[in-house]
Design a protein around this ligand. Sequence first.
Ligand code: BJ8
Length: 431
Amino acid sequence: MSKDYKKMWEDLEMNLDAHDGLMAVLSDAYKNIYVSQKNRPEGMKYFDFVISEVHGLRIEEIIEAKKQGRKAIGTFCVYVPEELILAVDGVCIGLCAGAEVGSDEAEKYIPRNTCALIKAFMGFKLAGLCPYVQTTDLIVGETTCDGKKKAYEIFDEITHGKMYVMEIPNKKGEDGKALWKNEVIRFTEKLESLSGKKISLENLREGSRIVNEKRKALQRLSLLRANDPSPISGLDALLVNQVSFYDDPVRFTLKVNELCNELDERVKSGTGVTEKGSPRILISGSPMAIPNWKLHAIIEGSGAVVVGEESCVGERNFRTLLDEDFSSLLQAKTKIADRYMTINCACFTPNEERLHDIEDMSKKLKADGIIHYAIQFCTPYMVEAYKAKKVAENMGLPFLRIETDYSMEDMGQLKTRIDAFLEMIGKGVNA
Ligand code: BJ8
């Protein structure tokens, strides 16, 4: 880190000793997994810097924004409309966590067999290790999976009443859509009362433009990965997607576009991160929050390249743009509600659209195989893997189903399974 942030962390009531330990582990993991990669684009330096300052400079920026009267809003799901938060000049921060931290503390509140993502966001807070939660003025949850919606009740207690929960329907029929539109309107009112700022058409247009630009930059990055050889590793692309939930959106968009300019040049000169013809893997399933790099690290460590993520930390987050052509606030809110309803989370039933997305992405990114990733105990994705497998079978693509948590204990076993899978793809990797 560029400077000593002890005083800032103390003021945020964090556990300094435990935090030092966590930062040391994170920094080692980052060096081993990221910095050791060969032939990385220069543009990744910015993202390396962001990670090195993930609990430092970015937190300082948020605290500064708060001093200027802006509100910090934490979220756990890509269903929470970021443009509305920007329209009240708020700072939007993703709070999902991807490391096994504070599990013992978390298990005092929730069952041991809860998905690692839920356990981690509870654990980070309970162990005094998340400066983001500490800076938030409001934390927005949603009624997606059962684990999350019940955990939010407890999280509300732990965070002394910071939670606000949006109701997300289980089905996308007319009733579900009407319910969701009302929730978007209710959320607007909540943001207005919290910030003391009325959302104007002008502010909403600006917020929508900023978020759409971010989505376009991420779409551009995604498409570049369709090239063979891919000009960027799956690990680096995953990191960019993870950072999209933390960083200032305007600066982030600029940096992603700079990175993509460099990747365009790489494509022209045929420069890639692997040999042309290396196995190309699409990952599909549960989201991978920072610093959950385990699966990508194993796959790419075995000589294949991850070319896309059909995931909320990935394509589901940016696949659809918001139609910015609105002339009244009500019309804007309706379009926002409609746009978010296009996210195909396994929490919905039926969820055929996600299956089309998997097919589309496999074709567009020229995948040679699909690895379905579900966090252990994430029932919606674990169950939906059955249908995802059928998509792969119909396309004649090899399919591997993986369920794992954040621990490193099964690394060896996963590597064996993934090596065998890559061998099956038939390109002789690690054969
Ligand atoms: S729209 S995927 S971000 S809910 S991994 S906590 S589903 S048991 S995170 Fe998600 Fe929104 Fe859906 Fe996307 Fe539950 Fe599964 Fe855990 Fe999950």
